[in-house]
Design a protein around this ligand. Structure first.
Ligand code: HEM
Length: 519
């Protein structure tokens, strides 16, 4: 019996064969035409397995990528192992990523360390885009960086800076001070006192010191072999000891944060005191009730927020202070002009107030110029693309990470002129900045402290150059100060900054060595 009486079987078979052949041709054609329509950014030739990794060998990443961008253009496709990147090297392309397509490039890539150190992506800085992350960012802005905490922040900053200035005034004459150590103690003091109520210097944490653990965490956040070479890389992470080191680092930091939270939970209402509430007190309050968006913080959320403050807030500020002092010391003209501005402004007053800073225009230009020439995060934090889009006429697909070369863009002579490599703060008298320098990133993932952090740096620098003159030790000229850098996630001065302070004698307007300071 025939199955389809009005359709003879030979006709059915022939139709089916033709249909399948047509579908095959159609698929082939559409595949070809979609390939032809896809325009990927230019890319250096890749090697099997490692991709373009070999192109990064022997030089810091931001420098190697900047060099390659000269050959391949302001948007360049790049592979490290199996992971695709686009490297962004011009203000126009940076604007495309952080403004035009900000809603598409506002996620972050996965990595083993970011997942672990952020309590499975409960934080702000390293988590993929989500409603939870937006909520966390709002909380940090209102409870730590906003005006609510402003009074306490200024109080603590002034006290810590006065302590630092007093210590410097008592320093033996002609002996160099290690400013890296000094700045770290001061910034840590400010951040910890505003966030936790005290420095927690004495708190026991298992194993290495607080500074070592935070340093290690930052190094780990830069990525591991396993992030770029699944399977083999993860195996290497295991046998090289990286995974164990990361686990130890997490355990140490978590123990520290746990101590801070438990101490706060054990405090009585009287101990807390209305005006003196710190960041952790506020977070704990938020964990007892829904906030205006109907969200209630968990203990893990609080830990992730503290982790962001520790890993994001301390080192970046210290590095900026070190670079600012380095540049003004080696640029004697800038130092003298800055001292004149500050000393004229303060006049016969007994001290520098936070409010004085707003009127010091040259000081602001000096800090801005430092952030231009030494952006602490030279490639920012990668912005991950969430869906297909076109950037500068090229296709970029989801899962691609954008590395924005803040370091290269801010030194480009085609943008900044022939003196791009020179430390010249006066350039900002005329230059209106848009995406020509992005030391704080941009868009939804920009640094939430971009308005407050420069003020902290300005206040510290104003005090240091007001109260002291600075010299490079060992008879070297100030102009010869070594400013080599190192690092990938954070770009630091390679050798610690050691300088000799000489107290400024306000009465005689001459310098006399090592007098007691009246602050
Ligand atoms: C001079 C000091 C600072 C510099 C140069 C700096 C720089 C940066 C940069 C480059 C980013 C990445 C932006 C991007 O990917 O587009 C960032 C993100 C971030 N910074 Fe800062 N930062 C500084 C101070 C601080 C401070 C004091 C805090 C606060 C506690 C902080 C908290 C954060 C957080 C939470 C993020 C993640 C933002 C997000 O992904 O939404 N930073 N910072």
């Amino acid at each position: 019996m025939e199955t389809f009486p009005i359709f003879p079987s030979w006709l059915l078979t022939t139709t089916l064969v033709f249909f399948m052949f047509y579908m095959f041709l159609y698929t082939l054609r559409s595949k070809r035409s979609s390939m032809a329509a896809t325009k990927l950014p230019p890319s250096p030739p890749k090697l099997p397995i490692i991709g373009n990794l070999h192109k990064l060998l022997g030089k810091p990443r931001h420098q190697a990528l900047w060099q390659l961008s000269k050959q391949y253009g302001p948007i360049m496709q790049f592979h490290i192992g199996s992971k695709p990147f686009v490297v962004i090297s011009s203000p126009f392309m940076a604007k495309q990523i952080m403004k035009t397509h900000d809603h598409i490039f506002c996620s972050r890539p996965f990595s083993t360390a970011t997942k672990r150190l952020t309590y499975d992506y409960l934080d702000i800085a390293f988590s993929p885009q989500s409603d939870h992350r937006r909520e966390m960012r709002k909380i940090l802005m209102s409870e730590f960086l906003g005006p609510k905490r402003g009074r306490l922040f200024n109080q603590v900053l002034v006290t810590e800076v006065e302590t630092m200035v007093r210590a410097l005034a008592l320093h033996p004459s002609n002996v160099a001070v290690n400013l890296n150590t000094l700045f770290l103690a001061m910034v840590k003091g400010v951040v910890c006192k505003v966030a936790f109520g005290n420095n927690y210097r004495q708190q026991p944490i298992n194993g290495p010191s607080w500074e070592v653990v935070v340093d290690e965490a930052q190094e780990m956040l830069g990525g591991s072999i396993g992030d770029f070479f699944p399977w083999v890389g993860q195996f290497i992470d295991q046998i090289s000891g990286w995974s164990r080191k990361m686990e130890n680092c997490f355990t140490n930091l978590d123990a520290y944060i746990e101590t801070v939270i438990d101490d706060h939970m054990n405090q009585t209402v009287e101990e807390v005191g209305g005006d003196e509430k710190d960041f952790v007190h506020s977070l704990l309050e938020l964990s007892c009730k829904d906030n205006s968006s109907g969200y209630r913080l968990t203990k893990e959320d609080i830990k992730a927020l503290i982790m962001d403050v520790l890993t994001g807030g301390v080192d970046t500020t210290v590095v900026t202070l070190v670079w600012t002092m380095s540049e003004i010391t080696r640029n004697v003209r800038v130092m003298q002009k800055l001292q004149t501005e500050i000393r004229n402004h303060i006049g016969t007053k007994q001290k520098v107030d936070v409010t004085d800073i707003t009127k010091m225009t040259y000081l602001k230009m000096v800090v801005k110029e430092t952030l231009r020439i030494h952006p602490p995060a030279p490639l920012l934090i990668p912005h991950e693309c969430m869906r297909h889009c076109q950037v500068g006429g090229y296709d970029v697909f989801p899962g691609t990470s954008a590395l924005i070369n803040a370091w290269g863009i801010a030194r480009d002579p085609t943008v900044w002129g022939d003196n791009a490599a020179e430390f010249y703060p006066e350039r900002f008298e005329k230059f209106e900045v848009d995406f020509e320098m992005v030391p704080f990133g941009g868009g939804r993932r920009s640094c939430p402290a971009m308005n407050t952090a420069p003020t902290t740096v300005e206040f510290v620098i104003a005090n240091l150059v007001y109260w002291f003159d600075w010299e490079v030790p060992n008879g070297l000229k100030n102009e010869d100060l070594d400013i080599q850098d190192e690092g990938s996630l954070i770009l630091r001065k390679k050798v610690p900054l050691c300088l000799v302070p000489t107290k400024y004698n306000r009465e005689e307007s001459v310098c006399c060595k090592n007098e007691k300071l009246v602050v």
